[in-house]
Design a protein around this ligand. Sequence first.
Ligand SMILES: Nc1ncnc2c1ncn2[C@@H]1O[C@H](COP(=O)(O)OP(=O)(O)OP(=O)(O)O)[C@@H](O)[C@H]1O
Ligand SMILES: [Mg+2]
Length: 406
Amino acid sequence: MGLHLLGEPSHPSLLDLPWSTPLEDWPPSQLIGLPRGISRHVVRFVRVDDTVMAIKEIGEWAAKREYEVLRALARAGVPAVHPVGIVNGRQAADGTRLETALVTQHLEFSLPYRALFSQTLRPTTATRLIDALAVLLVRLHLAGFWWGDCSLSNTLFRRDAGSFSAYLVDGETTEQHPSLTDGQRAHDLQQGRTSIIGELMDLQAGELLDSELDPIATGDTMLARYTELWAALTGRQTVTVGERYKVDSRIRTLNDLGFDVAELEVIRDHDGVHVQVQPKVVDAGHHARRAMRLLGLDVEENQARRLLNDLDSFRAATNRQQDSEDLVAADWMAQVFRPVMKKIPRELRGRLEPAEVFHEVLEHRWFLSEAAGRDIGLLPATHSYVEQVLRHKPEERSVLAPLDAL
Ligand SMILES: Nc1ncnc2c1ncn2[C@@H]1O[C@H](COP(=O)(O)OP(=O)(O)OP(=O)(O)O)[C@@H](O)[C@H]1O
Ligand SMILES: [Mg+2]
């Protein structure tokens, strides 16, 4: 049998890559040098048409499994790298059989944790990474996925309005179940904690860890954050009949945490006085969905929150509480968001995602206004941000954005 590609129909030119050469020996001219986490398998980045792909050589069985898992994660809306296909039937010129390759799309603007700091990993950054990882693990578990290999190296991070959001990158061991048992969840958690501690100790040995940062305490933080969030999302709550507001305020709290409650189970106790309430289906992305609906922007959760807050203050400042939300949102895009984006010079657009730039411009404006003791306009603040901050940042996108997307 010849070369065999199973995958999305959108990338036929994948077959033109030098599949008869082991990935390790692909010509440098073909490769893209992007930061990568530590891994056992050979992983390389290449450009196919306008997309950057990550290619991993892995056994055939494992490749098929991981491909299916990544597809299932995408269907379930869990943040993970996007699977493109698997290539097998590879053969060298001398007839030697070559390893199957799994192809995924390079996740734009994502970074492995080791690329997120230049000198040492500081406690505040570590806490943000750990928080993001805990949210990812909760989301996986809610959707019935057992990771089996939770670690910082198997996660990609994207900036999210000063915090991070986490994506699963390595799904080789992942299993999908109708729902997870407490034991399965505990296994993932313990394993994640141990991996994090080991990864931080490695950084420590290489003098890449801030001396204030305690690897074990940081591992424990992940466990604590996960447990807290899991309890908030799934815990059973007993209220007295007539205390409906308590249920409403719980739903509001979950919204603030970034989750929507799609299904709620309510059981009335035999005493007729108490009601037990438990969220059954919760969906992440409360603010992100609203940002998509109102602004048409596909952004991370905290970025969405930031944009929507600004939209709300625009609405208040322009005294348009009576107008339809859609109308105000369209005006905000035209009068606030787009003018800021237009001020970003083309050559700097690959440095940070637009929503992250917007977030940083707002922060920058706040600092300038504080220093000046008066309000600094958005456009002068954008100009100052571009020259003083953005110009000095490294490029974090893999390929330049199509400019009409802005
Ligand atoms: N689609 C992608 N987008 C961005 N980076 C990627 C992608 N796929 C892989 N990588 C990078 O390559 C690294 C190694 O990938 P991966 O963890 O899947 O390899 P592995 O050999 O299976 O790892 P392990 O040793 O944990 O089994 C990741 O940490 C990540 O930095
Ligand atoms: Mg890995």
